[in-house]
Structure formats: structure tokens, C-alpha cells
Design a protein around this ligand. Structure first.
Ligand code: G3P
Ligand code: CA
Length: 244
């Protein structure tokens, strides 16, 4: 896979467009496209039997009709669960998608993606490695190259070692004092941070150091405008239609 650095849009749909449809489902990616976004974010992890699936939590309970840790369930078991009912009866029948299901829908909808590596505990390196290799082998050629991100330095390092050409971003809930050291350690070019603790001076510091800066999860249009005025290059939101 020849990967070039993508230019990301300012507005990125969070877990698809999870204000409008069950997060991390194909319905959510379709909702994002219907709202006119060009890119979505979603979370990748491994099922108990090592298949790449799209799910946020380490357990099945919150967003599916299943129970217990993801690592104790095979893909076949997870595929039998409903991943739409927790959001609304209208979405009954939605499944936990595989990464392959998702790539097919992204291609169909012409959606770019920020792919978050969301490993279950202890599977950081394996999840980073597998996700990067899978994207390198199967990413649709018609789409802009994806951006990988993770809160887990071990997952980012493994992804970078597996496919150095894939762009990666470090996720930080709060901009730690040693953010730059962490970013250098894993070799990322971008920081994605929780917007709540970001200040104008911190935003300036990140960008002066040559890193792209994006924020999550911003659902208020006025706050998004402030962040964009500070030079933030991307906003990840559950409600793309609220953004300036
Ligand atoms: O990628 C940004 C954001 O999705 C990180 O937080 O918990 O929603 O995955 P979370
Ligand atoms: Ca995420």
C-alpha cells in the first residue's frame, strides 16, 4: 500500500455520528455521511479469537445485548448480539461491525477515517500491529489514507513498527506536561486531545512545536469556534450539524 499523508477536514464524526445513531455501527457511519461529513472516527479492537471489530468498550454490556469482557467472546458470538437497541428500537438488528465490514461501507460512502486503536488490556501491541497491517493491506484505494490514533503508546509504537508509512496521532485526555516527550517517543505528527482542559497557550505550544492538533469530543458549536480560532485543525463531534 502506497500511503500519502492525508489532509483531514475540520469536522470529523465521532464513532460515526453517535449523536444520531448507535456508536460504531454501520448505521452510524451512514448517518455521518447523510449529515455531509467527509471523515469519521471509530474504535478498533480484537475479539476473543483475534478478529478486528469496531467497539469502544472492553465489555459488551453498555452497547450490545451481550455481557462480559470482549476478550471472552469469539467474533461469531459477538456477531449474534444486537448493537442498536441500546440507542433506540429503531436500530434493532444493527451488529458490531468487523473492520472489513466498515471498510466496505467507508468505500461505498466515500468516507475517510480516523481509526482509533482501542485495545483491551494486555493486547496493546497485538492490536496496534494487526490494525496497521490490515489497513495497509485492505484500505480502499479510492479513499484518502487513514489516520491511526490511540491513547496507548504501546499500540501506536507497534502500529508504526508494522507500517511506518501510516500516519499516527497520540490521544491525550489531558495535555500532560510531558506531551512532547510522549509524542517523540512514539513518533507521531499529531496530538488529539480532550478539549476541556485545552487552553489557547497550550494549543499554541503544540502547533509551534510542529504538531497537528485536533480535539474531541466537542458538541457545542460556540466551543468549536473558540478552538478553531486557536488554530485547532480538527474537531471530533457526535453532532456534526452543530459545528460552525
Ligand atoms: O478519537 C477521539 C475520541 O474518540 C477518544 O475518546 O473514549 O471517545 O474513544 P473515546
Ligand atoms: Ca474513539
Amino acid at each position: 500500500m502506497a500511503i500519502t499523508v492525508s489532509s483531514l477536514p475540520l469536522i470529523i464524526g465521532h464513532r460515526g455520528a453517535c449523536g444520531h445513531a448507535p456508536e460504531n455501527t454501520l448505521a452510524s457511519f451512514r448517518a455521518a455521511a447523510d449529515l455531509g461529513v467527509a471523515w469519521v472516527e471509530f474504535d478498533v479492537k480484537l475479539s476473543g479469537d483475534g478478529e478486528l471489530i469496531i467497539l469502544h468498550d472492553d465489555t459488551l454490556d453498555r452497547t450490545t445485548t451481550g455481557r462480559g469482557p470482549v476478550t471472552q467472546h469469539t467474533l461469531a458470538e459477538i456477531r449474534r448480539l444486537d448493537a442498536g437497541l441500546f440507542f433506540d428500537a429503531e436500530f434493532r438488528g444493527e451488529k458490531v461491525p468487523t473492520l472489513d465490514d466498515t471498510l466496505a461501507v467507508l468505500q461505498d460512502l466515500n468516507l475517510g477515517a480516523v481509526v482509533e486503536i482501542k485495545p483491551c488490556p494486555g493486547r496493546e501491541a497485538e492490536t496496534g500491529d494487526r490494525t496497521a497491517r490490515h489497513l495497509a493491506a485492505h484500505w480502499p484505494g479510492s479513499l484518502p489514507a487513514p489516520l491511526l490514533c490511540s491513547f496507548k503508546p504501546g499500540a501506536l509504537a507497534a502500529a508504526g513498527a508494522a507500517v511506518p508509512a501510516l500516519e499516527r496521532a497520540l490521544l491525550l485526555e489531558v495535555m500532560a506536561e510531558d506531551w512532547r516527550h510522549l509524542a517523540e517517543q512514539v513518533g507521531v505528527r499529531a496530538i488529539h486531545c480532550g478539549h476541556g482542559h485545552l487552553t489557547e497557550s497550550l494549543a499554541g505550544e503544540v502547533q509551534a512545536a510542529g504538531y497537528d492538533l485536533r480535539c474531541y469530543t466537542v458538541n457545542d458549536g460556540a466551543r468549536a469556534k473558540v478552538l478553531l480560532d486557536w488554530g485547532v485543525q480538527g474537531i471530533i463531534t457526535d453532532y456534526p450539524e452543530r459545528m460552525p
